[in-house]
Design a binder for this molecule. Structure first.
Ligand code: NOJ
Ligand code: MG
Length: 394
């Protein structure tokens, strides 16, 4: 068992938080705020003091709509000073395209061309701010891109409108020589009844339809809670993004499946599932941004907000230790070796199609009954061993 301090975050963890998580005041659709405000600059400083490597922000978390140029400059220089003094970086920026009533029926996918133009202009301005702060990634969460009344919006047209916006903005980034990637953050619903690009698979398929020159700079930043709202498995969703080479950033939190967006702290709902998320990142050496995107409970005051910040990173680090223990555990390794064994002679038989390979494969006589009996798959034992390791009795 490691000492308490060995779970302290370090820069190489690349842990980040949305400033909006710290600024969240506990308002929900049924109840008003429950704690005093923490402004963005204080949030950034507080995150740095707790060992976070980075922060991310929506344009309006820091710069209100309509802020004068002088105010923007003043805030910018205060923020840069905090970044210089503490070493925290701005890793990602994004645009608030969901709060103002102008976006009540969508931003990029609004039926109104003027709203769409305003949305794209707002993103260009937000990209400029994020680039000035050194952000390496820019997020696209389609908060209001969706519908309740399907008669009103053609989803095929909406996809084209979304694509036009993204293609244009990719070109804008290149024209300005900003070293910045884009990520799409899927979500199935909330705040819209149904949202476009609801899962990682949808987002990956959409990215493949962007202009060729833009495809490389666009990936995904899936969020655990959003995946579980759709009833899907975060381990598998993140894995598909890794395999496609498109996982640029994580949005970590937790959630009970198929419910409203709970935005719980990482590891607070399903520890075993979070273990597998961390395992995936360790096993595949994920080196991107690990941002926590969740909210402190409504019951907390400011101290509780900082407890929340610390617990997210700490849980990740503890699970990381558990992953290393599991990966080195002799019994687990022996079981896995047995489970994953097989006749290597059959490996790669169809890796590349040739008429000879097809003839060879067709000519093999398989005995499926024998094959089925061939090997023991001791999954009960495997899962119990892991359970005991996670529960700390091994
Ligand atoms: C708020 C959403 O709840 C969150 O999941 C998303 O990552 C950010 N906005 C960024 O757009
Ligand atoms: Mg998120």
């Amino acid at each position: 068992m490691s000492s308490m301090s060995s779970y302290a975050p370090s820069a190489s963890d690349k842990f980040a938080f949305g400033v909006w998580c710290v600024m969240n005041r506990g308002r929900d659709p049924f109840g008003d705020v429950t704690r005093r405000p923490i402004d963005a600059l204080k949030a950034v400083r507080g995150l740095a003091e707790r060992g976070a490597w980075g922060f991310e922000f929506h344009d309006n978390d820091i710069f209100p709509i309509g802020a004068s140029a002088a105010r923007v400059r003043r805030t910018m220089s205060e923020l840069k000073k905090i970044m210089r003094d503490t070493g925290i970086r701005c890793c990602s920026g994004t645009t608030n395209l969901f709060y103002h009533p102008v976006f009540k029926d969508g931003a990029f996918t609004s039926n109104d061309p003027k709203v769409r133009a305003y949305a794209v202009q707002k993103v260009m301005n937000a990209i400029d701010l994020a680039a000035e702060l050194g952000a390496q990634n820019f997020l696209f969460w389609g908060g209001r891109e969706g519908a309740e009344v399907d008669f009103a919006k053609d989803p095929v047209v909406s996809a084209k409108r979304f694509r036009d916006a993204l293609n244009f903005l990719c070109a804008y980034v290149r024209q300005n020589r900003y070293a910045m990637t884009f990520t799409i953050e899927p979500k199935p619903n909330e705040p819209r009844g149904d949202m476009y690009l609801p899962s990682v698979g949808n987002a990956l398929a959409f990215i493949a339809t962007l202009d060729k020159a833009n495809q490389k700079m666009v990936g995904v930043n899936p969020e655990v809670a959003h995946i579980k709202m759709a009833g899907l498995n975060p381990y598998h969703e993140f894995a598909q993004a890794i395999e496609a080479g498109r996982l640029f950033e994580l949005h970590l939190n937790d959630q009970k499946p198929v419910r409203y967006d709970q935005d719980l702290a990482f590891g607070s709902a399903d520890l075993k599932e979070c273990f597998f998320i961390v395992k995936l990142m360790v096993d595949h050496r994920f080196d991107g941004i690990k941002a926590f995107d969740c909210h402190p409970y409504r019951t907390e005051d400011e101290d509780g907000v900082w407890d929340f910040v610390e617990r997210n990173m700490r849980t990740y680090k503890i699970l990381e230790e558990k992953v290393h223990e599991a990966n080195q555990n002799r019994e687990l390794c022996a079981l896995l070796e047995e489970i994953r064994a097989g006749d290597k002679a059959f490996d790669g038989l169809y890796r590349r199609f040739t008429p000879a390979a097809a003839r060879k494969l067709k000519g093999i006589r398989f005995d499926p009954d024998r094959l089925a009996r061939g090997r023991k798959l001791a999954y009960e034992k495997l899962d119990q061993l892991l359970t005991e390791l996670l529960l700390g009795v091994r």
